[in-house]
Design a protein around this ligand. Sequence first.
Ligand SMILES: Nc1ncnc2c1ncn2[C@@H]1O[C@H](COP(=O)(O)OP(=O)(O)O)[C@@H](O)[C@H]1O
Ligand SMILES: [Mg+2]
Length: 217
Amino acid sequence: MIELENIVKSYNGEAVLHGVNLKIEDGEFVSVMGASGSGKSTLLNVAGGFIKPDSGIVLWDKENISSFSPSRAARFRCTRMGFVFQNFRLISTLTAEENILLPCLLSGRDMLKTKAYIGELCERLSLCGMLSKYPENLSGGQQQRVAIVRALAYSPSAVILDEPTGALDSAMQQRVMELFRDVNAQRGTTVVQVTHSAAMAAYGGRIVHIKDGAICG
Ligand SMILES: Nc1ncnc2c1ncn2[C@@H]1O[C@H](COP(=O)(O)OP(=O)(O)O)[C@@H](O)[C@H]1O
Ligand SMILES: [Mg+2]
């Protein structure tokens, strides 16, 4: 279970999140919707431990992730959490395949099984011919799909996805959403996504609306 309790975050004295409370149960598929600038990315990055809130706490299975040492935080991310950043954040000096494999190696998962699963994911997202390329030689949509495979490959208990279909055409958007739906249904992975699209949001079981830095239903 992921719990955000009374999260406040300001930038340059201006509050972006005003005391957000949100609870996500294991195995849920939650879609977060809201206007541009409403604080969605800040919220996801706080939930993932990438941004420290000014006040409030983030609990994963009742553990406060801000209390983790850097090495514990790294281990935690490579087993429990997959994250797709809005701007992908692939490592530019690694190939697509190396980007995908890096967290898998850190996760300690069985690499034979993991590599077979990566093959399956790349097949589903038409990435098989792209794996030896560096990020700068991939289109935005290809980079986004590599970031998605990187987040799913080690079968984390939850994935957090910031507009994960924003760079994709509509046929690929649908394939990606079907993949998230299957990962949620078949592996029990908790899915939290930010989206602007009602059609994408409908893949989830619950929609959370954020307005001006507060949850409004
Ligand atoms: N690192 C930052 N420094 C200053 N302001 C920021 C920073 N990140 C986000 N903001 C501001 O916080 C607000 C919310 O941003 P964000 O969480 O990215 O919204 P969303 O993802 O809903 O579009 C925006 O006004 C944005 O300009
Ligand atoms: Mg955003």
